[in-house]
Design a protein. Sequence first.
Length: 273
Amino acid sequence: MPASPCPYLWLNSDLFPADNPVITTQDRGLLLGDGLFETMQLRNGQIPFLAAHLTRLEEGCRILHLPPPKRDIIQTALGRLIAANGLTDGSARLTLTRGSGPRGLAPPATPHTTLLITTAPPPNHAPHPVRLHISTQRRDRQAVLNRVKSISALPAILARMEAQELGADDALWLTHEGEIAEATAASFLALMDGQLITPPLSAGILPGISRARLLSATLCTERPLMEADIPQFQGAWLVTALSLTPVTAIGTHDLPPQPEQTARLGHFLHGTP
């Protein structure tokens, strides 16, 4: 296994060498995908919008009936881990599982959660523009896991694999009614009739942190987008807490570059020039 660029991780209550962590083989996150995660940007030694990430994590804990970690514990852990790894910019991932339990699906009556935090340096380059394949999977608007960042990512993995097998980079999910939802790991943003639009939460999407910031700043509006609208798009982007990625094609429809919009959005979201 190659050495991690960040020598330390945080596990439960302390720092550990990243190349020698100890997690029980009975952990339900490992065995069943029973847990949540948050991926957060690290900028100038701080986590911007940490409170929003923790609020979403706590809501996920409520939905999954998990005891949420205390905020002061997470803040202390992040501070110590970032300092130990000598990072100024990059990212941090917080993973929370239900911890160990008996065999089978039934959870323990009193879970003892596992808290794992890792960091990573920033990438060496901006995200390359991507081509999207319209997934043959359909998004169920009512699925409870739509609202949480679950560590169980098999639907997204399968959709991404299907897209890449067909020569695309990522997949775009639609609802059963043909409404655009999101990509496999990002919120979707389209430019149509000169207006930036993102799908509503009712399309069965994750409540993205960067998506919420764009809406709050009135840089985009929220309304349904249909598959039939795609030929009218003048541009599109995938939005996460870490990146803004231009979309060059959706299915057979090519999209023109929008460098000014990309620069404007990137500066707002991530402070990029």
